[in-house]
Write a protein that binds this ligand. Sequence first.
Ligand code: SF4
Length: 750
Amino acid sequence: MALNLTRRKFLQTASLAAASAAMSGCFARQANASTPFVKKPFTAPGSFAGTKTAVGGVCEMCFWRCQLVGKVRDGKLVKLEGNPKSIDNGQSICARGNAGVKLLYDPDRLKFPMKNVGKRGAPEWKRISWTEALDECATKLKAVVDKHGPQGIAIFPHGSSAKYPMTFFENVVGTPNNSEASFFQCRGIRDTAYVATLGVAPGENVDMANAKAIFLLGGHFGENVHVSHLKRYLKGLENGAKLIVVDPRFSASVSKADIWVKIKPGTDTAFLLAIMNYLIKEGKYDKKYVAEHGKGFDEFSKGIAHATLKWAAKTCDVPEKQIKQVADMLAANAPNVSIHPGRHVSWHGNDFQRERALACLTGLLGAIGVKGGFVAGKGPKTGKAGWPKPMAEHAEKFALHKMAKVYKFSPPGTPTDLIRNAAVTGKPYAIKGFVAWGQNPIQTVPDQALTIKMLEQMDFVMVCDVMPTDITMYADILLPESSYLERYDHIQKGTQWNFADPHQQFISARMPLVSPTAADHERKESVWIMNELAKRMGYGEHIKVKSAEDMINTMLKDANLTIEQLVKEDGIHLQPGVDPYGKALDVEFHSAELAEAGYPAIPTYVPVPEPPKGFARLVYGRAPMHTFNRTQNNTWLHNEMPINPVWLNDECAKKMGLKDGDTIELVNQDGVKSRTSSVVKVTPGIRKDTVYTAHGYGTMNKAMTVGVGAGIDDQSLITKVAVDPETGAHGMRNNFVKFIKNGKVLSIPA
Ligand code: SF4
């Protein structure tokens, strides 16, 4: 099982499990005159009078990529709806999906290339032409390459339109310093832990719609909204699935749970080990599955024998009988059990072990390849575009974690901390050119002061985005990108959300729903921007992507499809699918490969720091109407939840003299105070040692006229970073806060 994965190999592995995620293409081009309106009515429910329906939309208000149609009147998009032909999200889209219209016409959107004639962090913008902007970006980035080598550049990408530039920088320019927040601050740990245990990255591929029991560890569905995922979860509950939720607070999921395990944060692995030890001791595991597919089971069962119910009860601050109740409920419903692998799992710096434990529990219950279990849908085959990669080996060779022989189970790219430390110290090499493409590392990466220090020492900073964000304040040159509603990019393919019989597959591609009018802006799409930059940097001969339509057609060719055909088919091609059930996976309960690399061979509980006296642990999560910071300026969404209340236990609040709705600030263990304020939400639904708020608020960029200063920026309070030893990903929940009211610091009673 290859753990020292290249990006390409990793994505191939990941795609085995990514039933509904498109991994196969990522090319963008702006709309042209032939925006694909269907000729016949194709009336979607809720359609507006006097509109035409444009098909082929794929949402990007979050990463889930629901399939859309756009209602267009007089060349303007007036409404977005789910594509009725979709077998994934169907006619449903979430609040954020609906609010894409507002993003499209947000007056604060980046409009023209800009040069910062002020300071990084305190910019003064001067409008320049694309020629001037690209010439300067190319000259400055090439100067970095000439002086320091391709490893002198770091790229922080996010989103589908960033995949082409990211790949170009990595494969053609040869920069290894590629840090995707989705890997190093979110799900990378999950993916590599599952690859180490089950041989595949899990995606969110648990068959909740057909489960008899659903087990969520930190998952707060309802606050965390991804349409087809939520449909699976709700269908499972509607069918009578038992729901177990492990969470220190009363989340939206807890409100529907049969069992709420109000766990002490950071102790989840101990909880999982005790469940597995109990199941083994009681003979309540799937002996047949383990005998046929388990590797190193004897070492595993001996190695976790210490994890008694009593030990876990004390460690996790959970009643012993409740742990037994959870274990018995899982066993009684096995193998049709959805052990959810989570998504944002970068919590405490011990997270690889927790994800390994979740994968082992799945195997122990035999919940793999069966209805309700861990099941990867089998999506359709499409072709590949074929990326050039003359410098890919250079990038591998200079990857910082490989040079230092650390983080041997890192996801693709380079752990953020290593990039930041190298940039600040100049060791083992200098990093002097910085490219952010769709990512806002001020809000995604903990320890903002260090991130800003990294940016300040750069010779050149280029940022490309759709909206202003906190990182755009640090750009030397700022490039405006067209939105997901105005361009071609990315094939989207998969299977139907609930694996219903007869099984079906779908293929679609993102198409523009409206043509961008050029009267008030000069936005461009990422392939054009990257290619123009590449030509100027001297890499023109390696450009293979000339037209997004052509490239999409190349990928569609293997499926006997074209863009025109997709339009005729209302944006989505459907074809017979393949039975997703029946595929077993081997389970590495004990991993010789991990042992050889110097890591625990079996899942191991690693304690995390306790809150200092007077502080409580700061945890964070999602709000259903926001995709973190990305949507903060969207008026429709902002008005639904303008600030992020901070949850505090009611008994603590009473002793502190705080009332629900009081205006407060926060200060952390390092004395860092929140820049802005919020209100306290007093509730019995949270542990006394924990406070909670929604992530993404409190942006500092005044160019975001709606979102600026609204709520508290939790990331600014995450100054202590716990780096996961296996992956190098950031654990962000080992920070602790007190409250401030009217300038007075209030300790939180134990
Ligand atoms: S879940 Fe919502 S925001 Fe995400 S892709 Fe679907 S409609 Fe868009």
